[in-house]
Design a protein around this ligand. Structure first.
Ligand SMILES: [Fe+2]
Length: 307
Protein backbone atom coordinates (compact mmCIF):
# COMPACT_ATOMS: atom_id res chain seq x y z
CA UNK A 1 0.00 0.00 0.00
CA UNK A 2 1.16 3.54 -0.74
CA UNK A 3 0.67 5.20 2.64
CA UNK A 4 1.94 8.70 1.89
CA UNK A 5 2.99 10.96 -0.93
CA UNK A 6 6.16 11.85 0.88
CA UNK A 7 8.31 14.28 -1.10
CA UNK A 8 9.90 15.09 -4.42
CA UNK A 9 13.52 15.11 -5.51
CA UNK A 10 14.37 18.27 -7.39
CA UNK A 11 17.48 19.35 -9.30
CA UNK A 12 18.15 23.04 -8.69
CA UNK A 13 20.59 25.47 -10.37
CA UNK A 14 21.95 26.86 -7.09
CA UNK A 15 21.66 24.43 -4.16
CA UNK A 16 22.48 27.03 -1.49
CA UNK A 17 19.90 29.53 -2.78
CA UNK A 18 17.19 26.88 -2.87
CA UNK A 19 18.08 25.71 0.64
CA UNK A 20 17.76 29.32 1.83
CA UNK A 21 14.30 29.63 0.26
CA UNK A 22 13.00 26.39 1.75
CA UNK A 23 14.44 27.09 5.21
CA UNK A 24 13.68 30.81 5.61
CA UNK A 25 10.44 31.08 3.55
CA UNK A 26 8.81 27.64 3.82
CA UNK A 27 10.25 26.73 7.23
CA UNK A 28 12.00 23.43 6.53
CA UNK A 29 15.26 22.43 8.24
CA UNK A 30 18.28 20.71 6.73
CA UNK A 31 18.67 17.19 8.14
CA UNK A 32 21.89 16.52 6.28
CA UNK A 33 23.66 17.81 3.19
CA UNK A 34 26.85 17.81 1.20
CA UNK A 35 27.90 19.86 -1.84
CA UNK A 36 25.61 17.88 -4.15
CA UNK A 37 22.50 16.92 -2.16
CA UNK A 38 20.41 18.29 0.71
CA UNK A 39 17.70 16.47 2.69
CA UNK A 40 15.20 18.84 4.31
CA UNK A 41 12.44 18.06 6.79
CA UNK A 42 9.31 19.49 8.38
CA UNK A 43 9.42 17.72 11.74
CA UNK A 44 10.76 14.31 12.76
CA UNK A 45 10.89 12.50 9.41
CA UNK A 46 14.35 12.37 7.84
CA UNK A 47 13.18 14.32 4.80
CA UNK A 48 10.14 15.87 3.14
CA UNK A 49 12.15 17.29 0.25
CA UNK A 50 15.39 16.32 -1.50
CA UNK A 51 17.35 18.97 -3.42
CA UNK A 52 20.22 18.14 -5.75
CA UNK A 53 22.70 20.50 -7.39
CA UNK A 54 21.92 20.33 -11.11
CA UNK A 55 24.98 19.41 -13.18
CA UNK A 56 23.62 21.46 -16.11
CA UNK A 57 22.47 24.37 -13.93
CA UNK A 58 18.78 23.93 -14.73
CA UNK A 59 15.87 23.22 -12.39
CA UNK A 60 14.18 19.89 -13.06
CA UNK A 61 12.04 17.36 -11.27
CA UNK A 62 13.96 14.14 -10.74
CA UNK A 63 11.56 11.90 -8.73
CA UNK A 64 8.06 11.91 -7.29
CA UNK A 65 8.51 9.99 -4.03
CA UNK A 66 5.82 7.60 -2.73
CA UNK A 67 6.08 5.85 0.66
CA UNK A 68 5.31 2.14 0.62
CA UNK A 69 4.16 -0.17 3.39
CA UNK A 70 4.91 -3.84 2.78
CA UNK A 71 7.04 -5.62 0.21
CA UNK A 72 8.72 -3.09 -2.09
CA UNK A 73 9.26 -5.63 -4.88
CA UNK A 74 5.53 -6.43 -4.99
CA UNK A 75 4.77 -2.72 -5.46
CA UNK A 76 7.35 -2.48 -8.24
CA UNK A 77 5.83 -5.52 -9.97
CA UNK A 78 2.32 -4.08 -9.75
CA UNK A 79 3.46 -0.75 -11.23
CA UNK A 80 5.35 -2.48 -14.05
CA UNK A 81 2.29 -4.60 -14.84
CA UNK A 82 0.33 -1.35 -15.13
CA UNK A 83 2.81 0.09 -17.63
CA UNK A 84 5.73 1.58 -15.63
CA UNK A 85 9.34 0.96 -16.70
CA UNK A 86 11.57 -0.62 -14.04
CA UNK A 87 14.65 1.61 -13.79
CA UNK A 88 16.15 -0.14 -10.76
CA UNK A 89 16.99 0.21 -7.06
CA UNK A 90 18.56 3.36 -5.68
CA UNK A 91 20.32 3.88 -2.34
CA UNK A 92 20.49 7.13 -0.38
CA UNK A 93 20.39 8.38 3.23
CA UNK A 94 17.17 8.33 5.23
CA UNK A 95 15.43 5.30 3.73
CA UNK A 96 15.83 1.54 4.12
CA UNK A 97 15.21 0.76 0.43
CA UNK A 98 14.06 2.58 -2.69
CA UNK A 99 13.30 1.76 -6.29
CA UNK A 100 12.91 4.04 -9.32
CA UNK A 101 10.28 3.65 -12.04
CA UNK A 102 9.48 5.65 -15.14
CA UNK A 103 5.75 6.16 -15.56
CA UNK A 104 3.77 7.23 -18.66
CA UNK A 105 4.70 10.69 -19.97
CA UNK A 106 8.22 10.04 -18.65
CA UNK A 107 8.03 11.13 -15.02
CA UNK A 108 10.32 9.43 -12.52
CA UNK A 109 8.64 7.85 -9.50
CA UNK A 110 10.60 6.55 -6.54
CA UNK A 111 8.96 4.03 -4.21
CA UNK A 112 10.64 3.80 -0.81
CA UNK A 113 10.30 2.09 2.56
CA UNK A 114 11.71 2.61 6.03
CA UNK A 115 11.96 6.39 6.22
CA UNK A 116 14.11 7.22 9.26
CA UNK A 117 12.74 9.12 12.23
CA UNK A 118 15.05 11.88 13.45
CA UNK A 119 15.10 14.40 16.28
CA UNK A 120 12.04 16.63 16.60
CA UNK A 121 12.83 20.22 15.65
CA UNK A 122 12.88 22.98 18.29
CA UNK A 123 9.99 25.47 18.33
CA UNK A 124 10.15 28.15 15.66
CA UNK A 125 8.74 31.72 15.89
CA UNK A 126 7.20 31.14 12.45
CA UNK A 127 5.17 27.96 12.10
CA UNK A 128 6.84 25.15 10.20
CA UNK A 129 4.90 23.00 7.75
CA UNK A 130 4.00 19.65 9.34
CA UNK A 131 4.15 17.64 6.12
CA UNK A 132 4.82 17.59 2.41
CA UNK A 133 1.31 17.94 1.01
CA UNK A 134 1.19 17.10 -2.69
CA UNK A 135 2.67 17.49 -6.14
CA UNK A 136 0.84 18.67 -9.26
CA UNK A 137 2.03 17.33 -12.61
CA UNK A 138 0.75 18.16 -16.09
CA UNK A 139 0.00 15.65 -18.85
CA UNK A 140 -1.82 16.11 -22.19
CA UNK A 141 -4.61 13.68 -21.19
CA UNK A 142 -5.55 13.52 -17.52
CA UNK A 143 -7.99 10.56 -17.54
CA UNK A 144 -5.45 7.86 -18.61
CA UNK A 145 -2.98 9.14 -16.00
CA UNK A 146 -5.69 8.93 -13.32
CA UNK A 147 -6.29 5.32 -14.37
CA UNK A 148 -2.56 4.60 -14.29
CA UNK A 149 -2.12 5.93 -10.73
CA UNK A 150 -5.03 3.75 -9.60
CA UNK A 151 -3.79 0.62 -11.38
CA UNK A 152 -0.09 1.04 -10.57
CA UNK A 153 -0.20 2.43 -7.04
CA UNK A 154 -3.78 1.81 -5.83
CA UNK A 155 -4.34 5.52 -5.22
CA UNK A 156 -8.00 6.61 -5.21
CA UNK A 157 -9.71 9.50 -7.01
CA UNK A 158 -10.66 12.46 -4.82
CA UNK A 159 -12.27 14.92 -7.25
CA UNK A 160 -12.29 15.96 -10.89
CA UNK A 161 -12.85 19.37 -12.51
CA UNK A 162 -14.57 19.24 -15.90
CA UNK A 163 -15.49 15.58 -16.37
CA UNK A 164 -14.13 12.14 -15.53
CA UNK A 165 -13.58 11.45 -19.23
CA UNK A 166 -11.59 14.61 -20.00
CA UNK A 167 -10.75 16.49 -16.78
CA UNK A 168 -8.99 19.84 -16.63
CA UNK A 169 -7.65 18.87 -13.20
CA UNK A 170 -8.05 15.79 -11.03
CA UNK A 171 -6.78 14.60 -7.65
CA UNK A 172 -5.89 11.32 -5.94
CA UNK A 173 -5.37 10.22 -2.35
CA UNK A 174 -3.74 7.29 -0.58
CA UNK A 175 -6.01 4.36 0.40
CA UNK A 176 -5.58 5.15 4.10
CA UNK A 177 -8.23 6.31 6.56
CA UNK A 178 -7.80 10.04 7.22
CA UNK A 179 -5.40 10.49 4.30
CA UNK A 180 -5.26 14.09 3.06
CA UNK A 181 -7.72 14.83 0.23
CA UNK A 182 -4.89 14.74 -2.28
CA UNK A 183 -1.26 13.79 -2.50
CA UNK A 184 -1.32 13.78 -6.30
CA UNK A 185 -2.84 16.40 -8.61
CA UNK A 186 -2.89 16.00 -12.39
CA UNK A 187 -3.37 19.00 -14.66
CA UNK A 188 -4.13 19.01 -18.39
CA UNK A 189 -1.18 20.50 -20.30
CA UNK A 190 2.32 19.95 -21.60
CA UNK A 191 4.14 17.39 -19.43
CA UNK A 192 5.92 19.40 -16.74
CA UNK A 193 5.89 19.64 -12.96
CA UNK A 194 3.43 22.40 -12.11
CA UNK A 195 3.82 22.83 -8.34
CA UNK A 196 4.52 21.23 -4.99
CA UNK A 197 2.83 22.04 -1.68
CA UNK A 198 3.47 21.98 2.07
CA UNK A 199 0.80 21.94 4.81
CA UNK A 200 0.68 24.13 7.94
CA UNK A 201 -1.35 23.37 11.07
CA UNK A 202 -3.11 26.74 11.25
CA UNK A 203 -4.27 29.47 8.88
CA UNK A 204 -2.70 32.07 11.19
CA UNK A 205 0.61 30.23 10.86
CA UNK A 206 0.18 30.24 7.08
CA UNK A 207 -0.60 33.99 7.05
CA UNK A 208 2.57 34.66 9.03
CA UNK A 209 4.51 32.64 6.45
CA UNK A 210 2.99 34.71 3.64
CA UNK A 211 3.92 37.94 5.43
CA UNK A 212 7.43 36.60 5.77
CA UNK A 213 7.59 35.77 2.05
CA UNK A 214 6.23 39.01 0.60
CA UNK A 215 8.59 41.94 0.10
CA UNK A 216 9.24 44.61 -2.53
CA UNK A 217 10.29 42.01 -5.10
CA UNK A 218 8.28 38.93 -4.05
CA UNK A 219 4.49 38.75 -4.31
CA UNK A 220 2.18 35.78 -4.29
CA UNK A 221 1.68 34.17 -7.70
CA UNK A 222 -1.91 33.41 -6.57
CA UNK A 223 -3.78 33.77 -3.29
CA UNK A 224 -4.61 33.77 -0.64
CA UNK A 225 -7.80 31.86 -1.39
CA UNK A 226 -9.58 28.64 -0.46
CA UNK A 227 -9.80 25.68 -2.83
CA UNK A 228 -13.21 24.00 -2.89
CA UNK A 229 -11.51 20.78 -3.99
CA UNK A 230 -9.68 19.76 -0.84
CA UNK A 231 -10.78 22.75 1.24
CA UNK A 232 -7.33 24.16 1.87
CA UNK A 233 -6.50 27.83 2.28
CA UNK A 234 -3.70 28.46 -0.20
CA UNK A 235 -0.90 30.83 -1.15
CA UNK A 236 1.37 30.23 -4.15
CA UNK A 237 4.98 31.34 -3.84
CA UNK A 238 8.00 30.79 -6.05
CA UNK A 239 11.46 29.52 -5.15
CA UNK A 240 14.79 30.79 -6.45
CA UNK A 241 14.74 28.31 -9.34
CA UNK A 242 11.25 29.33 -10.53
CA UNK A 243 9.48 26.34 -8.93
CA UNK A 244 5.91 27.13 -7.86
CA UNK A 245 5.51 26.26 -4.16
CA UNK A 246 2.03 26.23 -2.60
CA UNK A 247 1.67 26.87 1.12
CA UNK A 248 -1.55 25.33 2.46
CA UNK A 249 -3.61 24.93 5.58
CA UNK A 250 -6.82 23.05 6.33
CA UNK A 251 -6.93 20.36 3.66
CA UNK A 252 -9.80 17.98 4.43
CA UNK A 253 -9.12 14.33 5.23
CA UNK A 254 -10.69 11.34 3.57
CA UNK A 255 -13.02 9.43 5.87
CA UNK A 256 -14.43 11.11 8.93
CA UNK A 257 -13.89 14.79 8.02
CA UNK A 258 -17.27 16.58 7.97
CA UNK A 259 -16.30 18.50 4.81
CA UNK A 260 -15.48 15.25 2.95
CA UNK A 261 -18.47 13.81 1.08
CA UNK A 262 -17.22 11.62 -1.76
CA UNK A 263 -15.20 11.92 -4.94
CA UNK A 264 -17.15 14.25 -7.19
CA UNK A 265 -17.02 16.02 -10.53
CA UNK A 266 -16.96 19.81 -10.27
CA UNK A 267 -18.18 21.94 -13.16
CA UNK A 268 -15.60 24.03 -14.99
CA UNK A 269 -17.87 26.99 -14.33
CA UNK A 270 -18.25 26.31 -10.60
CA UNK A 271 -16.20 29.07 -9.00
CA UNK A 272 -16.14 27.23 -5.65
CA UNK A 273 -13.90 24.47 -7.03
CA UNK A 274 -11.08 26.89 -7.85
CA UNK A 275 -11.49 29.40 -5.06
CA UNK A 276 -14.48 29.49 -2.72
CA UNK A 277 -13.56 33.10 -1.93
CA UNK A 278 -13.92 34.25 -5.52
CA UNK A 279 -10.64 34.60 -7.42
CA UNK A 280 -10.05 33.08 -10.86
CA UNK A 281 -6.91 31.19 -11.86
CA UNK A 282 -4.28 33.76 -12.90
CA UNK A 283 -2.58 33.27 -16.27
CA UNK A 284 0.75 33.56 -14.50
CA UNK A 285 -0.13 30.55 -12.31
CA UNK A 286 -1.12 28.44 -15.31
CA UNK A 287 2.08 29.35 -17.14
CA UNK A 288 4.40 28.13 -14.35
CA UNK A 289 6.17 24.92 -15.24
CA UNK A 290 9.33 23.08 -14.20
CA UNK A 291 10.91 20.52 -16.52
CA UNK A 292 11.52 16.91 -15.48
CA UNK A 293 14.25 14.35 -16.08
CA UNK A 294 13.26 11.02 -17.67
CA UNK A 295 14.96 8.29 -15.60
CA UNK A 296 15.54 6.16 -18.71
CA UNK A 297 17.32 9.10 -20.38
CA UNK A 298 19.67 9.24 -17.41
CA UNK A 299 20.37 5.52 -17.88
CA UNK A 300 20.99 6.05 -21.62
CA UNK A 301 23.46 8.85 -20.85
CA UNK A 302 25.32 6.66 -18.35
CA UNK A 303 25.42 3.78 -20.83
CA UNK A 304 26.82 6.06 -23.55
CA UNK A 305 29.45 7.40 -21.16
CA UNK A 306 30.56 3.84 -20.32
CA UNK A 307 30.73 2.55 -23.91
FE1 LIG B 1 -1.98 22.31 -5.17
Amino acid sequence: MITRVGSITLDVPDLQRSIEFFTTKVGLEVTERDDATAYLRCADRHHDLILEQAANGEAALRHLNLEVEGDLSEHVARAVAAGAVDVGPIAHPGVAAAHVLEIPSGYGVKLYTGLESVTELPASPLQRPFRFSHFNIAVPEVAPMMEFFQAAFDLRPSDWIGSKEDPFLAWLHCPVFNAPHHGVAILKGDPKLHHVAFDYESVSGLVARVDNYVDESHYLVWGMGRHGTGGSVFAYTEDASGLLVELDSGMISIGDDPRWREAQVWSLTDQRAIDEWGSAIPEEWLAKRTAFIRPTETLDTLYEALT
